[in-house]
Design a protein around this ligand. Sequence first.
Ligand code: FAD
Ligand code: DLZ
Ligand code: SF4
Length: 541
Amino acid sequence: MQTVGRWIAAPSARSEENENQVTSPTLIPILGDQLTRTLASLKGMTKDASVILMMEVWEEATYVRHHKQKIALIFSAMRHFAAELREAGWTVDYVKLDDPDNAGSFTGEVARAVERHAPERVRVTEAGEWRVQQAMEEWADKFACEVEILPDDRFLYSHAEFREWAEDRKHLTMEHFYRMMRRKTGLLMDGEKPAGGEWNYDSENREKLDGDLFVPKRPRFEPDAITEEVLTLVEDRFGDHFGDLRPFEWPVTSTEAEKAADAFFTERLECFGPYQDAMVHGSDDLYHSMLSTSINIGLLDPLKLCERAEEAYREGRAPLNSVEGFIRQIIGWREYVRGFYWHEMPGLAEANELEATRDLPEFFWTGETDMRCLADCVRSTRSNAHAHHIQRLMVLGNFCLLAGIDPRQVADWFLVVYADAFEWVELPNVAAMILYADGGRLATKPYAASGNYITKMSDYCGECRYSVSKKTGEGACPFNPLYWHFMDRHRERLSSNHRIGRIYATWDRMGADKQRDYLDSAERFLDALTPASKGWARAED
Ligand code: FAD
Ligand code: DLZ
Ligand code: SF4
């Protein structure tokens, strides 16, 4: 379904190719995360009646002060995509950041393009982020032509379907959503039954990585002339943003992204499952796919990736626990958080169920902390604009949860620092998954953990200045007292939670002196944290 002048979500996600070719003069804006030749707004369009508009705009590059590599990735991928479209015969009106008349915003640039091309209508695929979608919905009132906003059918589940699924559910349990998606897509299904008899093999995916295991290097993509020009621009205009710009090695075209996917399927998928939760100091990718940037900006089709993973299992090239784990991340978590975002916005951006108000510590930006696990995660974040899932969840996220950091500051940090960060995927992971700020709509309990979890899954603790086995006092791993401080301060809210309530029996058995030790240690640590200086995440700070 498409709408004229205002936006309504479509009832089904994968729209059909339009049967009737559109021949009236049409302006088609394509945003920086919509770099897909089969994009909804391109389907059924004739090349001679269409002008594609692509815009590098200051507002998008600075609404938060993105990591330099993220800006470079988007601009380079946009410029390559524009060249690819031109090669295929489309007319592309491409506005560069430094074009003297650049209006600086999507709305300003579409307005200028409407004047330049006098189209009968503007046809656009819905935005990934709430903020941009709100602006798009005003276009029909602003421009002297029709405005069509189409559902983004690169996702497998539409907003309306998610609304219907979520209706009347108190908890929006991902596992239920995921099983429904397995049935809907037929992925890893043997008739009505899940392949292998189980829906979820997560319990087999918790191995620590032995230092001797060989981890193949992922392909790196040397900057070409287009990327080099963008890197110079980014250094020049965004040199004071967080993060290292070089080496810049992300795939910036669908051809490069396919090569990255090939390497993952042939070299790393096999071990993806067992070592999904492992962390090794200085080893940044391990067996992860490193495909999120390419998927999120449209260079790779998520469903095709899942089909390739299933094929590897069916042909005996990869074990079921790895393949199921990979498919679950994509048709489960990825689709789920996108549905959750649109279902819970705009409230999700303000949610703060645990009333967390502490400032983000400065070391999230500088990496200067004696906590070896956190220092390594920030280092990888700064150098690569990437950290893998368990680092984001159980080290960085867990710290923010336990220390009670203000969700808005945490969300800004995660949106700034990762090349794959777009609010629709970042915010549910931050506000709901790691911070429990949504009050448990997404997770049935907070993912709180002491140093025990980190030492079980990593080699971080051995050379840390802190001792993970020491519970309180000087030299104790800060995660240990912080864990109990968190549990104690949220007792009223959490003790009735059946998945967490029994922890309080352990707490009570400790006795008042031991409890005081924990609380004092945590408070001393928290009081000594240096809050982040203003201006890292947003210019107006
Ligand atoms: P792999 O480990 O190889 O996983 C395969 C794919 O599954 C990923 O490429 C991704 O598309 C998908 N996926 C896995 N986990 C999730 C998840 N929890 N939510 C959505 N998709 C998932 N992912 C983003 O793409 N952008 C973000 O801004 C982002 N922010 C996050 C913030 C926090 C606090 C947490 C805990 C997770 C976040 N994630 C985000 C999810 C996940 O960490 C990344 O998708 C993953 O690390 C990307 O690396 P990869 O491609 O090697 O993933
Ligand atoms: C992330 C980003 C950046 C940094 N710059 C641009 C840009 O100049 N032009 C553009 O079309 N898209 C950019 N993007 C991606 C957008 O922020 C993304 O398309 C929206 O957030 C999705 O709603
Ligand atoms: Fe992190 Fe604690 Fe281990 Fe140090 S001892 S690496 S702070 S978990």
